[in-house]
Ligand binder design. Structure first.
Ligand code: Z3R
Length: 291
């Protein structure tokens, strides 16, 4: 730890405090993420440590680099590449306008990062604006990839802040335990809509029930016919039979028809029908996009 000098606190993440710091050997600016482990646990589980160390090999321009993993008996500190801000702050400071070409560029980079991790069988499971980081030169990078697998997604952040449900797909909200890559493409769809609306969230639910209700009011309540196996999910409960709302134009008025088509395929309620990152990158929406 003496190798790093803390500069300032950046924020409170899901697992612990994040600091901006300087590597005193290289003078490089980094982000230090201190992971709080359960009080009564015996320190860092060796399985988690192995998994986290594998993430050091995950190298891609749209993934925040994990430089190092430091651990003592009780704690673990992850040393990440530093980025200037996250997408949440970007929304807060954009003054209610985001250029739709910027949205396309961010969306493309988010899908590129997702595609890379999914090709390596790593899921994010908690994708949200707070862990999409943006550089001054317009590069977008995904943070916290693979951490949910090692540490789980807590109900509350260690700082007692409630973990947001806004980007969770209906299968997970109904208690599905077998996660697949479709969990992340749903979140990507929600973030896509939020970007085109300059930071207004698509499904800002207050609790699991309200979250599902908001989703079904737009997309229609699923049935055993539209989604075989739905009623067998661990936390399944029936909802009123809302019809799908066809007024997409009003949901994302700034988005082009191609963009609306892509969005509609990312936020499909049945996880087996949801579009994958690979397919999304081939979508017509990106046809005029030079990287
Ligand atoms: C790695 C992992 C998490 C974070 C990193 C790097 N950088 C973060 S969070 C960050 C967030 C801001 S500035 C840097 S903020 O001021 O926009 N909240």
């Amino acid at each position: 730890m003496h190798k790093y000098e803390k500069i300032e606190k950046i924020g409170e993440g899901t697992y612990g405090t994040v600091f901006k710091a300087k590597n005193l050997e290289t003078m490089e600016i980094v982000a230090l993420k201190r992971v709080r482990l359960d009080q009564d646990d015996e320190g860092v589980p060796s399985s988690a440590l192995r998994e986290i160390c594998l993430l050091k090999e995950l190298k891609h321009r749209n993934i925040v680099r994990l430089h190092d993993v430091l651990h003592s008996e009780r704690n673990m500190t992850l040393v990440f590449e530093y980025c200037d801000q996250d997408l949440k702050k970007y929304f807060d400071t954009c003054g209610g306008v985001i250029d739709q070409q910027v949205v396309k560029s961010f969306m493309y980079q988010m899908l590129k990062g997702l595609q890379f991790c999914h090709n390596h069988n790593i899921l994010h499971r908690d994708l949200k604006p707070q862990n999409l980081l943006i550089n001054k030169n317009g590069e977008l990078k995904l943070a916290d990839f693979g951490l949910a697998r090692s540490f789980g997604i807590p109900v509350r952040c260690y700082s007692a802040e409630v973990v947001t449900l806004w980007y969770r797909p209906p299968d997970v909200l109904f208690g599905a335990k077998l996660y697949s890559t479709s969990i992340d493409t749903w979140s990507a769809g929600c973030i896509f809509a939020e970007m085109t609306n300059a930071g207004a969230p698509l499904f800002p639910g207050n609790d699991v029930d309200d979250q599902l209700k908001k989703i079904f009011k737009l997309l229609g309540t699923p049935t055993e016919q539209s989604w075989p196996g739905l009623t067998k999910l661990p936390d399944y409960k029936p909802f009123p039979p809302y019809p799908p709302n066809s007024m997409w134009y009003h949901v994302v008025p700034q988005l082009s028809a191609e963009g609306r088509d892509l969005l509609a395929q990312l936020i499909i309620v049945n996880p087996n029908k949801r579009m994958l990152a690979d397919e999304a990158l081939q979508h017509q929406y990106f046809a005029d996009f030079a990287t």
